[in-house]
Design a protein around this ligand. Structure first.
Ligand code: HEM
Ligand code: HEM
Length: 250
């Protein structure tokens, strides 16, 4: 059976970067001591997810048809039917996202925003405990959705034998009656997406201070979280800054 093009290149690049950054941020969050300077890479991975999500949101309005949010199946009744069919008959197939992956994607996007807000403002003395607690809940919920998402892809493949997982690699799916394929994979936009991400990584590597945990943007410095403790003894600037903090605390 000839496969048809469903997902453009920017969407596929976004998908794998999003997955990779989530796994990196999650594993580092759970395994690296938050006082260590290595933890800054957890923050950078988290900030990078926010960056690519911003690009994805723009693409959700101007991308090809199945990348657009308008093609997401977000009716609760369709989701219920989808789950009923999953355990009884065969689920309906879609060229774009099915109801379960549409809901999962939106939930993951919302949780990303929640993780960004709680992560960035966690060091705020008034909200520290609340944001720390929420951050952990959001991260764990995210993990549950990812596990369900991967489980869903496996069950779908077992039912339909259509290798749906390949659609996030080569963009192609088995044909669905009445639903057309996209005419272009938007290679140039894909290259632009990759290029913008590369620039973002360069920007972070030049402007994110892993000791101070601050990001400098056009002469303005944003403090993101508390400073790393294991670096504070070998850097004069860090110690100066620590004293400043103590003064503030007083
Ligand atoms: C940490 C791991 C993962 C995360 C966070 C993740 C996240 C997502 C997101 C956000 C979407 C929606 C894409 C969009 O519209 O922007 C999606 C769709 C999809 N993902 Fe993943 N994903 C992960 C792992 C995987 C794996 C391991 C596979 C398969 C091998 C996979 C296959 C797919 C497929 C096929 C779709 C489209 C589903 C459909 O057409 O209904 N994902 N994923
Ligand atoms: C998708 C993005 C993110 C994920 C999946 C994630 C995940 C996690 C996880 C799993 C933990 C450990 C929670 C625990 O079990 O105690 C954690 C802790 C933390 N995260 Fe994130 N995070 C993300 C984004 C961010 C961002 C953007 C920042 C800040 C810029 C941030 C700052 C922190 C801090 C400061 C902690 C330490 C909390 C503590 O004191 O225990 N995170 N994160």
């Amino acid at each position: 059976m000839k496969k048809l093009l469903a997902y453009d290149l920017p969407l596929r690049i976004f998908h794998w970067l999003f997955a990779l950054l989530f796994v990196t941020a999650f594993v580092m969050g759970k395994t690296v001591d938050d006082d260590s300077s290595l933890f800054s890479y957890h923050m950078m991975a988290g900030l990078s997810i926010g960056f690519i999500l911003t690009l994805r949101v723009v693409w959700g309005f101007i991308g090809t048809v199945y990348s657009r949010f308008s093609s997401f199946r977000l009716k609760p009744s369709e989701l219920i039917t989808y789950f009923k069919d999953l355990f009884t008959t065969k689920t309906k197939r879609w060229m774009g996202h099915n109801p379960a992956s549409s809901f999962a994607a939106i939930l993951m996007f919302v949780l990303t925003i929640g993780l960004m807000i709680t992560g960035i403002y966690m060091s705020h003395p008034a909200y520290h405990e609340l944001f720390e607690e929420l951050h952990e809940i959001f991260a764990n919920l995210f993990l549950i959705i990812v596990i369900a998402h991967i489980g869903g892809i496996i069950i779908h493949h077992l039912r339909h034998k259509d290798s749906i997982f390949l659609s996030m690699i080569n963009g192609k799916k088995d044909p669905v009656e009445g639903q057309s394929e996209i005419s272009t994979s938007k290679k140039l936009a894909g290259v632009l997406f990759g290029g913008l991400f590369g620039l973002w990584v360069l920007f972070l590597s030049l402007n994110f201070d892993t000791n101070q945990r601050s990001l400098t943007f056009f002469d303005t410095t944003f403090q993101i979280g508390e400073q790393a403790e294991d670096q504070s003894e070998d850097s004069g600037t860090t110690r100066d800054n620590e004293e400043e903090h103590e003064e503030h605390d007083d």
